[in-house]
Design a protein around this ligand. Structure first.
Ligand code: TXA
Ligand code: MG
Length: 318
């Protein structure tokens, strides 16, 4: 069921059930992070491998302070600047957090979403919510309640409808290694903004074999229709005659029908492009296409996170 009833969402979560929740990045599939059975059902519904840890969501960082060993100075600075918001911090945790949440790691991922409905819900709960993106494992993250309902609707009792996601791309994940900030996933908070607050950060490209971020598999966010990345004018020539979809940054092309084209931001705005990316990929994936052609954005601001998702979508299925 889809609705806006916070009471009902709260009731389900308190008895160990799952609720899909809106956040400003993407929708999450939420359960009580301190209840191992609830967390285990999240993995089951998503068909997600148990080695891929979950982010815990709270209305305020200090509300989960009891579950953490400590909060490094730089983490504090980032939290003050960007929480609530599209930032996830990897922080040393204690044993109160079930191992299933962190896949055994001694760090837990913590996020304070900014979406008003989720904030209200989290503020009313006595426990944090473990929540991965509310999509079947390996598919594109949902940015509307409808997206969640289309794929997981029959498996979750309630979808809290908070409208379309304002950011549209997952949170940026930041951890600390010997005091040095490291970005493990590029996301809705740009690296430039992070660096304004704490100075230079390392960016760690992730892969299936990276033990620090076990879940960051290369082929992720993938549509079913194969996606090719490159120069669109060239690709359109090579693949002329096929049933094509197109994802472009600013331009539309005369070679194929407009209905088959997703122009992420006609005005060249990265925020708008991020908001439209997953929605556009989904829409094209639902058409009867042979191939989706896409181009990369400039490698700055949210363009970096968008390019990361496009590259993952283009990776051949493993
Ligand atoms: O914007 C977001 O972050 C959304 C919304 C719902 O909050 N959530 C999200 O969760 O994208 P998910 O599970 O789809 O992606 C979380 C990523 C995974 O790749 C996982 O491996 C990594 O975070 N992660 C979570 N906990 C971790 C930990 N303790 N150590 C290393 N990586 C972790
Ligand atoms: Mg995900």
């Amino acid at each position: 069921m889809i609705g806006k009833d916070l009471e009902q969402a709260k009731e389900i979560l308190e008895r160990g059930g799952l609720v899909a929740i809106p956040t400003e990045t993407v929708y999450g599939l939420a359960g009580n992070a301190l209840n191992p059975e609830a967390v285990s059902s999240i993995f089951a519904v998503k068909n997600r491998p148990s080695f891929d840890p979950l982010i815990i969501h709270t209305s305020e960082l200090d509300k989960v302070a009891d579950l953490l060993m400590d909060i490094p100075e730089e983490a504090r600075l980032l939290a003050n600047a960007f929480m609530p918001g599209p930032l996830t911090l990897l922080l040393p945790r204690n044993e109160e957090i079930p191992d299933i949440v962190t896949a055994g790691s001694d760090r837990v991922a913590v996020r304070v979403p900014r979406h008003p409905l989720s904030r209200q819900l989290l503020a009313q709960l006595a426990f944090p919510l473990a929540a991965p993106s509310a999509n079947p494992f390996g598919y594109i993250s949902p940015t509307s309640a409808r997206h969640v309902a289309d794929q997981l609707g029959d498996q979750i009792p309630y979808i809290l409808d908070g409208g379309d996601c304002e950011v549209g791309i997952e949170s940026t994940i930041v951890g600390f290694e010997s005091g040095q900030a490291v970005v493990y996933r590029k996301g809705g908070l740009s690296i430039e903004k992070i660096e304004e607050v704490i100075g230079g950060v390392k960016v760690r490209a992730h892969s299936a074999s990276n033990p620090t971020a076990p879940g960051m598999l290369k082929s992720h966010y993938a549509p079913r229709v194969p996606l090719l990345l490159g120069d669109l004018t060239t690709l359109l020539k090579i693949h002329a005659g096929k049933r094509l979809g197109l994802i472009s940054f600013e331009s539309t092309f005369d070679e194929i029908p407009v209905e088959n084209q997703v122009c992420l931001s006609p005005s060249g705005n990265m925020e708008e492009a991020a908001r439209n990316l997953f929605k556009g990929m989904r829409a094209l994936d639902q058409m009867d296409l042979e191939l989706i052609l896409a181009e990369m954005l400039p490698e700055s601001g949210l363009g970096r996170a968008i390019n990361d998702r496009l590259k993952r979508a283009a990776a051949p299925p493993h």
